[in-house]
Design a binder for this molecule. Structure first.
Ligand code: 5GP
Ligand code: ZN
Length: 140
């Protein structure tokens, strides 16, 4: 399992930095975010040090993500939230600040203070088909 001695989340996985732990197994750890967008905002991180999601072996990602449904349920139940977002940032352009893969589980309520700017666009004829094909070609 890759690790990075300078990484804050690797230190949390190793128990060298404290966290408010929710669950831990051989593949990952869930704990409360230190700067919650809403009460109960949790992070799910792999035990191994991977900077972005695309670096992760598929089996490691699957073993980690199996926890998401129960985590989402438990966070909602504990906070009385009406819903939750799963958010996962890759790269500084995508607002990734901590260089170790993490999934945010963010409890949501109607009218709360967390707003997305969601500038939905559209494709010109043929543009979407060509792009979907390029993406298919890139799947490995
Ligand atoms: P990002 O912008 O990289 O997706 O989010 C990083 C998240 O990690 C932030 O929400 C931040 O509050 C959280 N975080 C950063 N350092 C620590 C820490 O030492 N402990 C905990 N529990 N959360 C942290
Ligand atoms: Zn790390």
């Amino acid at each position: 399992m890759p690790t990075n001695a300078d990484c804050i989340f690797c230190k949390i996985v190793a128990g060298k930095i404290p966290c408010l732990k929710i669950l831990q197994d051989a593949h990952g750890l869930a704990f409360l975010d230190i700067g919650p967008i809403a009460q109960g905002h949790a992070l799910l991180i792999p035990a191994g040090h991977y900077v972005t999601l695309d670096e992760m072996p598929a089996e490691e990602a699957a073993a980690l993500l199996k926890h998401l449904p129960a985590l989402g349920r438990a966070v909602q139940q504990a906070t009385g939230a009406e819903g939750f977002n799963v958010l996962q940032n890759n790269g500084s352009a995508a607002h990734q600040l901590v260089q170790h893969v993490h999934f945010h589980i963010i409890p949501r309520r109607t009218g709360d203070a967390f707003h997305f700017n969601w500038p939905a666009g559209k494709y010109t004829p043929g543009q979407g088909e060509a792009l979907a094909e390029r993406i298919r070609q890139g799947l490995v």
